[in-house]
Design a protein around this ligand. Structure first.
Ligand SMILES: C[S@@+](CC[C@H](N)C(=O)[O-])C[C@H]1O[C@@H](n2cnc3c(N)ncnc32)[C@H](O)[C@@H]1O
Length: 290
């Protein structure tokens, strides 16, 4: 890639769903088989109140509509039913913090399965909980998926975190104890990741102990590569570059962060994708404000 092409690519913030459908065969990211993991079945029966045999047709309908909104592989492949945030090493700590009244923000929440799981596990459904996404259509679909429009107290905030100025998040600044950023950073160039992380850092309470937890695609030889389509560029971190990234975020936001990471093997479905590359893995992290 020439320097100018790389600079142009860097300008590209995100591809639209329409552009993505034109350039990629998104049906490859849409499984016909609807298998509901036991934890999601329990959530949909006991939190949402669906009868056992209602779950599959309901999920099929919602998944189809969510995929029409934005054809993310995690929607087409039903990964939102894996409830991966609840398998994060810091999940027991996150749950305990929320039970004690701490504030929580799910950045890039999509259908909001992760905060429903926290509520199901005992966290209060309250105004101390926020979902945030650039695509507000997901908020309604989340309410339908989990049939909780009347009882869900979490506030949903539409925001594009790659923009330097994001008025909708201003009222939340310096007020969040726990931020979850699941499968978010890996969507962006390093420049956009920096903007996103600066916003997240500024949303946290300015005191030792605020945390940002998450997971994302990573690569042992960290660097740029294609994203969902060939003409998008994303940056995949390894533990060292992710640590340096947060030291830089600290320097630009006047904060200090300790970065904990875990590396997991990339699942086979990831290794089969067009964007798979050697050394690809899942980078799990907890970043703690010092
Ligand atoms: C790959 S999905 C992951 C969803 C969810 N966190 C999960 O783990 O299932 C990425 C989510 O980030 C949202 N997103 C993408 N770009 C964003 C941006 N610039 N600002 C805020 N959210 C964004 C998408 O709309 C989508 O819901």
């Amino acid at each position: 890639m020439t320097t100018t092409a790389a600079a142009d690519a860097e300008q590209r913030i995100q591809i639209t769903p329409q552009e993505l459908r034109k350039s990629e065969d998104t049906s490859r990211w849409y499984t016909e088989d609807i298998t509901i993991p036991p934890e999601a079945q329990a959530l949909l029966e006991q939190y949402s109140g669906f009868a056992p045999d209602e779950v599959v047709p309901h999920v099929r309908d919602l998944r189809e509509r969510a995929f029409r909104t934005w054809p993310y592989p995690c929607i087409g492949h039903l990964r939102f039913l894996d409830l991966t945030a609840s398998k994060h090493p810091s999940y027991p700590d996150v749950l305990a913090r929320l039970k004690s009244g701490q504030t929580f923000l799910d950045a890039g929440c999509c259908l909001g399965q992760d905060f429903r799981k926290l509520i199901y596990d005992g966290a209060p459904s309250s105004a101390a909980m926020y979902g945030l996404d650039v695509e507000p259509g997901f908020f309604d679909l989340g309410h339908e998926l989990f049939r909780d429009r009347e009882k869900m107290q979490a506030k949903c905030v539409a925001a594009d975190l790659t923009k330097s100025s994001v008025p909708s998040i201003e009222p939340m600044k310096s007020s969040i104890d726990v931020i979850s950023a699941q499968s978010l950073f890996h969507l962006f160039t390093l420049k956009d990741q920096t903007t996103v992380a600066q916003h997240l850092a500024e949303l946290t309470k300015p005191m030792a102990g605020s945390i940002i937890v998450g997971r994302q695609l990573g690569r042992m030889n960290a660097g740029e590569q294609r994203g969902l389509s060939e003409d998008t560029i994303v940056f995949l971190h390894n533990p060292d570059t992710f640590d340096r990234f947060w030291q830089d975020i600290g320097a630009t936001t006047g904060s200090k962060w300790k970065v904990g990471t875990w590396v997991e093997e990339a699942p086979e479905r990831v290794r089969k994708q067009a964007w798979a590359s050697p050394g690809m893995m899942i980078l799990v992290f907890t970043v703690t404000r010092q």
